[in-house]
Design a protein around this ligand. Structure first.
Ligand code: HPA
Length: 385
């Protein structure tokens, strides 16, 4: 196996120069650098990153801990993290905490013991053990997707990257209200996750903006997964005053809600209008096509890497929270008519569809739904496009 000394001899430079070329630790003249690269190529030299880590105390690796990796939302986050890491010459170690606080602390400890330079973690609903571990060991960490509350006195302890959940949620509620719905239900996620509370708060903001009262019976917890959402939706359908529109707070819960609607022989949107948080590749293959809020999942992952690398470069910089905007993907499960032209037009092309434009009224279940107002849709500020 050729060594660094072999490369240095072949290129006619010192071992230190080879090291500077490999690690980018000092500028090296272009022709010297090329001679080193040619020698590396010719000899088939492979750097020993373990040996390098002993010298630099850096492994150029990032530990990623996210639950539900098979969920397309988290798979895309993973793709973003991987691409970002690769771009900056970092490799990834991945662990699944299964949304379980104890397991979470264990896998984070394992990643830390492998001496990753930093961690990217989507924290569970009860991250106390995790926070205690990270605090004790001072591990550079970025939280992703779910953010952790700020300490009582002010600035957040950790860098965080997430999607802006509340505003797009308010946006779909006002959209449904604009279509005449007055009983709009929410299938919310697992209690304790910031994404759950922000989406509930966005839902409430939407009701206020639409002048609709809050009815706690219309907010049920699907616990962020399909089976929970199926049960929660069935509970909504057993209410005396059923909702006429449903908002699901993530992709898995959309599947569960659709199962419950099917089991109750309710069609979408005629029997129940539906809008979902999370877009996914086959959301436009359903009939009707699903109106959804798309999260910038890959960008969340890539941005988390950038924030972590900034932290590694400047450990004392103040922690920051980056919120990325979502996109309202207007299709037809909300009850709007299929529009001519390309399937996903911008929201400016959206019009609340009245019965005359093909939207069915949920038969005999008024006053959950009134005739749609003639008002144009209000555009949510900034974050939803
Ligand atoms: N958080 C945010 N969005 C999601 C999640 C989650 O845990 N699961 C599916 N979409």
């Amino acid at each position: 196996m050729p060594t660094m000394a072999d490369v240095a001899r072949s290129a006619g430079v010192s071992v230190a120069t080879v090291s500077h070329v490999l690690n980018g630790t000092r500028p090296v003249l272009a022709h010297t650098r090329q001679a080193v690269l040619d020698a590396i190529d010719e000899l088939g030299y492979t750097p020993n990153t373990l040996a390098r880590s002993l010298v630099t105390s850096r492994t150029r690796s990032i530990g990623l801990a996210v639950s539900a990796i098979s969920n397309p939302y988290f798979t895309e986050i993973l793709q973003g993290v991987e691409a970002g890491a690769l771009e900056h010459g970092y490799s990834l170690l991945i662990a699944d905490p299964h949304d379980d606080p104890e397991h979470e602390r264990k896998v984070v400890q394992l990643l830390h013991e492998r001496r990753v330079d930093g961690l990217i973690v989507a924290p569970s609903a009860d991250p106390r053990e995790l926070l205690a571990y990270l605090g004790r060991h001072n591990v550079p960490t970025v939280f992703l997707d779910r953010i952790v509350g700020t300490p009582a006195a002010g600035a957040p302890l950790f860098d965080q990257v997430c999607a802006d959940s509340a505003e797009p949620m308010a946006r779909v509620v006002t959209h449904l209200a604009g279509l005449g719905h007055r009983r709009i239900a929410l299938v919310a996620g697992l209690p304790g996750l910031s994404t759950t509370s922000e989406r509930i708060s966005g839902y409430r903001q939407g009701l206020v903006a639409a002048g609709l009262p809050y009815d706690e019976r219309l907010v049920v917890h699907g616990d962020s997964e399909a089976a929970g959402a199926e049960r929660a939706t069935a509970a909504l359908l057993s209410l005396d005053a059923q909702p006429t529109a449903l908002v699901t707070a993530n992709n898995a819960m959309t599947i569960g809600a659709l199962r419950a609607l099917r089991d109750h022989c309710l069609s979408v949107p005629g029997g129940m209008a539906l809008c979902c948080f999370d877009d996914f590749a086959w959301a436009d293959l359903f009939s009707p096509r699903l109106t959804a809020i798309a999260q910038p999942s890959k960008e969340i992952g890539a941005q988390a890497v950038r924030v972590l690398l900034d932290r590694l470069a400047a450990p004392d910089r103040p922690a920051r929270t980056v919120r990325l905007p979502c996109t309202f993907v207007h299709r037809t499960s909300c009850g709007c008519a299929e529009r001519p032209g390309p399937p996903e037009l911008s929201e400016r092309a959206m019009k609340p569809a009245g019965p005359e434009s093909g939207v069915q009224d949920p038969a005999g279940r008024d006053p959950g739904r009134v005739r749609p107002s003639a008002q144009p849709l209000k555009s949510a500020k900034g974050t939803v496009s």
